[in-house]
Structures are given as C-alpha cells and as structure tokens.
Design a protein around this ligand. Structure first.
Ligand SMILES: *Cc1c(COP(=O)(O)O)cnc(C)c1O
Length: 392
C-alpha cells in the first residue's frame, strides 16, 4: 500500500509519544534501581517516581500522596470498588453505578453482587447521560459508593460528574469516576469534579501500557487488593514500574501543554467527520451526545450493514477503526452501551467508532470521507437486511 496507514482507534490505545520513550529509556538502561532500595540506584529511581507523582498530581488538582500508581485503568477500577466494598462493610453494602460503564467497573460490580453486595445500575437517556436526580433517588442509608464514568469509551458522552459529586457529598457517600477516556484530553480537577476516587491509565494519553493511577482523596480509607510490600504507603504492594511511571509523568506533561489546542483541533475534525458521514451516507445515525462528547470520538450506526464488514473493508484501505466496542468486538452480543441508549439491535450491529488522536490530520479525515460511502453502498448491495427492511 502506498498511502500511510490511518489509525482512528485512539480510545483502544494510543501510540507512545517519542518524548515519552526518551524519558523512559534511562530507566530501562542504567537507572534500573528498585525505588524501595536505600542505595543510590534506588534513590535515583525513587526521585524519578516522586517527580512524576508530583507532576501528575498537580495536573489534576490533587496532592502527591493522594496518587497510587497501579497497572492501569482496569486495576484502578477494581481496586477502588472492591477496596471500598471491603473497607465499608460495616457501614453498608450498596453500590450505585450506571449501565454504560466500562466492563472493568461492571464486571467488578457483578463479582461483588455474587458476594452479597447490592448494586443499582442506573439507566441513561438516549444521548447516554446519567440523570443526577436518578442518583439522588437511588441513595439509601446502606449506600457506600457511587461510581459513574467521566467520558464514555464507546459513544463519547461526558457525564455530569460535578453535579453527581455534589449529591454524593450532600449524602456523605463516597464518589468514584473512571476518567480513563478524559484524563489528558479535557481538563480534570478533582475538587471541581467533587470526586473522592478517580481512575486513569497512561496508554490512553500517549503513555506506555501497563501503568495507571488510582486517586484516593486524603482521609478516605480503602482496603488494598495487593499485599506483600509497603510500597505506595501500603495501599498497593509490588515493586514500582519505574520506567512506566516516568513515562506516564512525561505523557501528562505533554498532554498538559497540548490539551487545549488539541481538544479544539480534534473536535473540529470529529465534527467534520460526523457531518460528512451523515450527509454522504443515508440511514446513518450518530450515537452519543451531539455536543457533550469527547473531542476525539465519533460513533455512528449504519443501517443494513455489519460493523465487522465495515471494519475489515476499512482495514484493507489502511484505516483502523473499531466496531461499537473493542471489548465486545469478538462476541456477537451487541454493545451494552448502544443497548442502554436504545439503539435497536440490528442498527447496533452496524456501528463504528472512530477515535482521533494527536497524529490525526485533516487529510486522514478526508480520506475516510472519500472511501466510506463506497464501502457502505457495496456492503448494502450484498446485504439481505436491506430487502427485509430490518431497520426502519
Ligand atoms: C481503556 C479503559 C479502561 C481500562 O484501562 P486499562 O489501562 O487498559 O486497563 C477502563 N475504563 C475505560 C473507560 C477505558 O476506556
């Protein structure tokens, strides 16, 4: 292929920025000390970890000691939800979350339900928004945690976190947000959002895979998941991933410098993509909120076609996208998120998620707009769904 590949799956993962690789290299080579060691090798590693912690904390309006480094978003979600369920067992056994959370939250809640915890799954409206009033009504005297994601990884909807945070505070209930999709992409301040816990992951913001953080507000008690060492103030045992944490710190620094310009640049490209697809291809709808959405997310359903067919045809053109959700793409179950916003099953099967990144250009978007109508028309011509009129 002579054209450059076009990667539009940044919600699944992002390329590691060259500056991040440069920052990590010394800690994979000479500076390989264990950050818990007292000798100079260890102290050099520890200093680098603490510099990253301070930088990341200030980026999110937190204190360095409120950050616990983890292996990523999945671990942070598991740690916070299970850790709170365990530490507050004597206060209650009720959790509130939404039906469109990432599987790291939903399956953790399912696991806890099997252990006797009761879980309220709040619905969302057709744009994917949680109604803060529903949160208020769901709170009981047994509620120990509310967990609502900041930005949805499939449809891009940004939830009213600060409003929900106010309600949680009024009722004295702890509040967690999975901010994996927003961290480094839109401004985050833990005090403005009124959250007590937050999850983030480096590889969604041009950092390395396998490193993330759990923000734990000062004074919040939580039971650790990992035992066997006194790292991270005994909140997470295990030797620190020094190169990963250093890379995370550098990725946050880069995000801090470019977030403002990137979010307006990417949202303009996103809107160009959405408008272009809706106007050039009939029987197509946008999923997620029209304006309260991640700057880089466009999720659309194309009637009378299968998302997998679209994905493979685009891949042959050198364009990488995702069907409704990366996590469900290997199963035939339609995405739980599209289901929750009321997309009919047939239409959900014809959904694609395009997620832009720092490396996405206007030429990339125009190339997608150039090839998509032909691909959809060709697949529709072969589709039995069109004649059956499965979607009206
Ligand atoms: C990617 C993602 C996760 C999982 O993060 P990992 O670091 O890959 O474990 C959790 N929540 C959301 C919303 C995500 O997009």
């Amino acid at each position: 292929m002579d054209t450059k590949p076009i990667y539009l799956d940044h919600a699944a993962t992002t390329p590691v920025a060259p500056e991040v690789i440069q920052a990590m290299l010394p800690f994979l080579e000479g500076a390989y000390g264990n950050a818990s060691s007292l000798h100079s090798f260890g102290q050099e590693a520890k200093a680098a970890v603490e510099a990253a912690r301070t930088r990341i904390a200030s980026f999110m309006g937190a204190r360095p000691e409120e950050i616990v480094f983890t292996s990523g978003g999945t671990e942070s979600d598991n740690f916070i939800i299970k850790g709170i369920a365990l530490s507050r067992r004597d206060r209650g056994n009720h959790l509130i979350t939404s039906s469109i959370e990432h599987h790291a939250v939903l399956e953790t809640c399912d696991f806890l339900r099997k252990q006797g915890v009761s879980v309220t799954l709040l619905p969302v409206d057709s744009n994917g928004l949680v109604d803060p009033d529903d949160v208020r009504k769901a709170i009981t005297d047994k509620t120990i945690l509310i967990s609502i994601m900041h930005g949805n990884n499939e449809i891009g909807t940004i939830e009213p976190i600060a409003e929900i945070g106010s309600i949680a505070r009024e009722h004295g209930v702890a509040f967690h947000t999975d901010a994996v999709q927003t961290f480094g992409h839109i401004p985050i301040d833990v005090d403005e959002l009124k959250v007590d816990f937050l999850s983030a992951s480096a590889h969604k913001l041009h950092g390395p895979k396998g490193v993330g953080l759990a923000y734990i507000r000062k004074g919040m008690k939580i039971t650790p998941l990992l035992h066997g060492g006194d790292q991270e103030k005994r909140r997470r045992a295990s030797t620190l991933n020094v190169p990963g944490i250093v890379g995370f710190g550098r990725a946050v620094e880069l995000a801090d410098a470019s977030m403002h310009t990137e979010s307006s640049r990417q949202s303009a490209l996103r809107d160009r993509l959405i408008k272009g697809l809706l106007s050039s291809i009939g029987d197509t709808r946008l999923n997620g909120h029209p304006v309260r959405r991640l700057p880089n997310n466009a999720n659309l359903s194309f009637a009378f076609v299968e998302g997998e067919g679209l994905l493979l045809s685009l891949d042959m053109e050198g364009i990488a996208v995702s069907t409704g959700s990366a996590c469900t793409s290997s199963s035939l179950e339609p995405s739980h998120v599209l289901k929750a916003i009321g997309v009919p099953v047939e239409l959900a099967h014809g959904s694609l998620r395009f997620t832009l990144g720092r490396d996405t250009t206007r030429e990339d978007i125009d190339r997608v707009l150039q090839v998509m109508p032909g691909i959809v028309h060709r697949l529709r011509a072969m589709s039995p769904l069109v004649r059956k009129g499965a979607v009206s």
